[in-house]
Design a protein around this ligand. Sequence first.
Ligand SMILES: *Cc1c(COP(=O)(O)O)cnc(C)c1O
Length: 380
Amino acid sequence: MKSQIKKIENYVPEEPIESVKARLGLKKLVRLSANENPFGTSPKVKEAILNWNFKEENRYPDGYASELRTKIADFIGVAPEKLVFGVGLDEIITMISRIFLEAGDEVILSKPTFSEYALHAQIEGAKVIEIPCLPETGHYDFAEFLKQITDKTKIIWVCNPNNPTGTYEDLKTLKSFFDKVPDNILILLDEAYIHYVTKVKNASFLSELANYKNVMLLRTFSKAYGLANYRVGYAVMNEELANYMQAIRLPYNLNSLAQLAAIAALEDQDFVNNSVEKTRIERDNWERFFEENQIRYYVSQANFIFFNYPAANKLADKLLERGYQIRRGLLKDWLRITIGSEKDGANLRSIILENKIQYNYETASNSDTMDKKQLLSMMR
Ligand SMILES: *Cc1c(COP(=O)(O)O)cnc(C)c1O
């Protein structure tokens, strides 16, 4: 066994909803911990699946995902050869790490960010350099990224909007950073949540991609498209890199139903726009709530929001008792809530208020997790 494997902590996947309910004796559970689309999936997907030719179950799927490839390439305006598909972005992240990293290499990423980047770097024996986000705003500290580049740096991960902070870096900021990164370093730009950016019109780096040969852009159908169960993600890159990726990709990674579902979802942009609009309205409600109650949070352009709460675990337990599962454990005393329906949002906010008295910032010296000085220094 590779020695680094022994040091790796097991990734704990989301426990199935029915099993959480049974374990805690809950009648209902709303899962707002995995950033799935709480508004479901386009009904066109079910229709496409039911119309599938079930005579083909004994045949291997189209290993090149030709139809899906052509449709996405047309839709985003790139050559089809620039796309590589994965069983979710999870597989793409694995492939990239497998191809580009060896023991002793260095990977730079922000903290906190999506945990899979560091996990796969560790599996390959690479060293992970974590750059804390700017504490006031949650944005990337790109100046520090540049300082940490050495001749061992192979990969830089940029998640935009970033999970879990929700922060969005604009194109100008990204370009000015990318221009300073030596072009033998691969930059991975994960746009899993790009659909949820509403403050600018053209939020994606796609329009700039052709000018940056060392940038690879990552997209998924798991979030705004509501297809997390089907496992479809893809990367856009220059053709030379794409050839390397294709060489190690498992030949039949995407099954036919996954390909069919993604095509149907892509063709229903109304569903995506609708989900984004509902999310935007509810995201505004959350931000107003946090402002009014002086709860520290980062301004989000994603379908989740990250906020600071003393005794975060206690609050998460309280919410769970009331049927709401949210994400903890990403950063001490911070919680992440996937933005759901307005009704669930209103419910959650009133439960937080009920419990707020206990965790009043001014009187929180009895907090079990933080001393008062630390606490006050975190207030806006
Ligand atoms: C959810 C998520 C992904 C992975 O999604 P897949 O379901 O594997 O496509 C990738 N990156 C980020 C930042 C995510 O939050």
